[in-house]
Unconditional design. Structure first.
Length: 315
């Protein structure tokens, strides 16, 4: 088996992969075909079965492990598998660990760091809120450790939400120390909680797709509602502090067109937005440049609106 990230245009694909999605469709000429997404721990690959009724195509469903044979082509600037033969794999032919992307960092070590930041928050109301979520709520902790931070784009792997949250908190901790105008307890609490809604916006692996709740509400609204419910359980939680915390969550994408119901109005909300964007973009670049293909210029990237190049000079 070759991992999906290793495959290039012109390669032959032959191996067992997880069928993450499967959808039947019809071409403009009325010919049926199947569109599927293959997945292993290195990523995903779009695939097409142009003759689903041929003898070499056996029955299978989404989330089945399937053996595929075909060719890797380039379509609209992206790799695509032109699949000729498919069969459903049998138990014992594959190891599920090869198909689920996992953070390269220790989940328990990252979670321990999260708890250190929880304990560093001195405000009694914020500290109690954080402990209710990150210590007492065992179901949430389990989901938080195992979830990705996104379906695609960045941190799209098991442990990705934990890793991204820790990255954002570290950046916020630096800013809180560098700029006295920032109220550290509010910023650290906001950073720890900014993406908690993703535990309900996205389903668990191997699907890692949007839930109905996620499609209808989105993680920003879901996370704000989760905090609202927790705050109601804490006696005498200051209303102003509650509104400031919820504002930071509602504004952490920075712009209305990026999904934020509000634009940042507090310095802590501005800092959170900057940290969130920085960690997401740097991880995206890390994933782009970690590919096996070592050419210098990687081509135009829509997220960065630039033709990206590796740094090659001797330093």
């Amino acid at each position: 088996m070759r991992y999906l990230e290793e495959l290039r245009e012109g390669d032959r694909i032959s191996g067992i992969y997880l069928c993450k999605q499967k959808q039947s469709a019809v071409t403009k000429n009325g010919k049926p075909y199947d569109s599927i997404i293959l997945q292993d721990k290195t990523g995903v690959l779009d695939g097409k079965i142009w003759d689903p009724n041929s003898q070499g195509i056996c029955d299978f469903d989404a989330l089945d492990y399937i053996e595929v044979i075909g060719d890797v082509i380039s379509f609209a600037g992206a790799r695509q598998a032109n699949i000729k033969r498919v069969r459903k794999a049998e138990d014992g032919e594959f190891d599920p660990a090869d198909y689920l992307p996992v953070s390269g960092n220790s989940t328990e070590e990252m979670y321990h760091k999260i708890l250190e930041y929880v304990n560093s928050v001195k405000n009694p109301h914020l500290n109690l809120l954080l402990k209710k979520l990150f210590v007492d709520d065992l179901e949430f902790v389990k989901n938080f450790k195992n979830h990705s931070a996104a379906k695609t784009v960045h941190h799209g792997y098991i442990g990705g939400l934990l890793e991204h949250t820790l990255g954002v908190v570290r950046l916020c901790d630096y800013m809180a120390g560098a700029y006295p105008i920032i109220k550290r307890d509010l910023l650290i609490t906001s950073a720890l909680c900014h993406d908690i809604g993703k535990t309900r916006e996205l389903s668990e692996f191997p699907l890692n797709d949007y839930t109905d709740e996620g499609q209808l509400l989105g993680h920003i609204v879901i996370g704000t509602e989760m905090l609202h419910d927790l705050i109601r359980e804490i006696p005498d939680f200051p209303e102003v502090l509650a509104n400031e915390l919820k504002h930071c969550i509602l504004a952490h994408h920075g712009e209305l067109e990026f999904g934020s119901p509000k634009k940042p109005a507090l310095v802590e909300a501005v800092a959170l937005n900057l940290a969130d964007n920085t960690d997401a973009r740097m991880e995206t670049l890390t994933e782009i440049f970690s590919g096996k293909e070592k050419k210098e210029w990687l081509g135009y990237n829509r997220l960065f609106e630039s033709n990206l190049r590796r740094t090659t000079g001797d330093l």
